[in-house]
Design a protein around this ligand. Structure first.
Ligand code: CAA
Length: 240
């Protein structure tokens, strides 16, 4: 029987590449999305996979969605918490909503989805949770107190949860992508982006596939001894 994988924010960008990689690995992939219907339909047509629309920041919506997946596909073995947004701006000009929205969408969403799938994973003694953090959660980024805080929070959640579930055959890891070519980075001012690319030793931005390959490995049986890890994929921009 195929293993079931949920990829939040899986119809675009890094999540899209992850969904394709896991499908190629033989998983039954369910992607989630929030707003972009066109991308979701394109994803459905291209992959034949289900794309479920809900807000990952809303616990009740996550609960409905997980129930729907379990009823339609079976128990969830792989969870990739990838959905995320930016609301960049310096702290002294940041509206409170921009703090709240980023924390809820990028961090609370990980709690929501983990809370809903972990009990089943514990019962079955198997699970793979992969949380997509960011280089900016490791180093802090000018203009991103909200995003950096949420992404750093993901690293704490990852490590704490990893200790709780390790004995149950469940691994929990975080990946910290650097600057990857997606709609998110395409939304940045070109001169700001150019100045960041000049700080990347590999001299280019990353590709979504380069993150997906790592997820594919962490989801596999081969990665059973890796848990609570923070794995950077940033072209050498930040080494810790
Ligand atoms: N360090 C120090 N000073 C900086 C700076 C930096 N990194 N960047 C800008 N400044 C300075 C500017 O030189 C400017 O100074 P002066 O007023 O003396 O000229 C001042 O700070 C204000 O800068 P801006 O004019 O850029 O301010 P703004 O309000 O127009 O824009 C901003 C602020 C939106 C935060 C903009 O700087 C920005 O877009 N920064 C990049 C944020 C970023 O990296 N986002 C990543 C998005 S992708 C992502 O998040 C994915 C991932 O995981 C990597």
């Amino acid at each position: 029987m195929k293993k079931i994988a949920i990829v939040t924010g899986g119809t675009r960008g890094i999540g899209h590449a992850i969904a394709l990689a896991l499908k190629a690995d033989g998983y039954d992939v369910i992607a989630t999305y929030h707003g972009n219907e066109e991308a979701a339909q394109k994803f459905r047509n291209e992959t034949g996979c289900e794309a479920l629309k809900f807000d990952v920041a809303d616990y009740a919506a996550c609960e409905d969605a997980v129930k729907k997946v379990e009823a339609g596909h079976g128990p969830v073995q792989i969870l990739v918490n990838n959905a995320g947004i930016t609301r960049d701006g310096m702290l002294h000009k940041m509206p409170k909503e921009n703090w709240h929205d980023v924390i809820e969408t990028n961090l609370t969403s990980c709690f929501n989805m983990c809370r809903l799938v972990v009990p089943g994973m514990r019962e079955r003694n198997f699970g793979r949770i992969i949380n997509i953090s960011s280089i900016n959660g490791q180093k802090g980024q000018f203009g991103q107190v909200n995003y950096s805080a949420a992404k750093a929070g993901i690293l704490g959640l990852t490590r704490a949860l990893a200790t709780e579930v390790a004995a149950k055959g469940i691994t929990v890891n975080a990946i910290c992508p650097g600057y990857i070519e997606t709609d998110m980075t395409a939304g940045m001012k070109q001169e700001v982006l150019d100045s960041i690319i000049r700080q990347i030793p590999v001299t280019r931005m990353g590709q979504p596939d380069e993150i997906a390959a790592l997820v594919s490995f962490l989801a596999s049986e081969k990665a059973a001894f890796i848990t609570g890890a923070t794995i950077a994929a940033n072209g050498g921009q930040y080494m810790s």
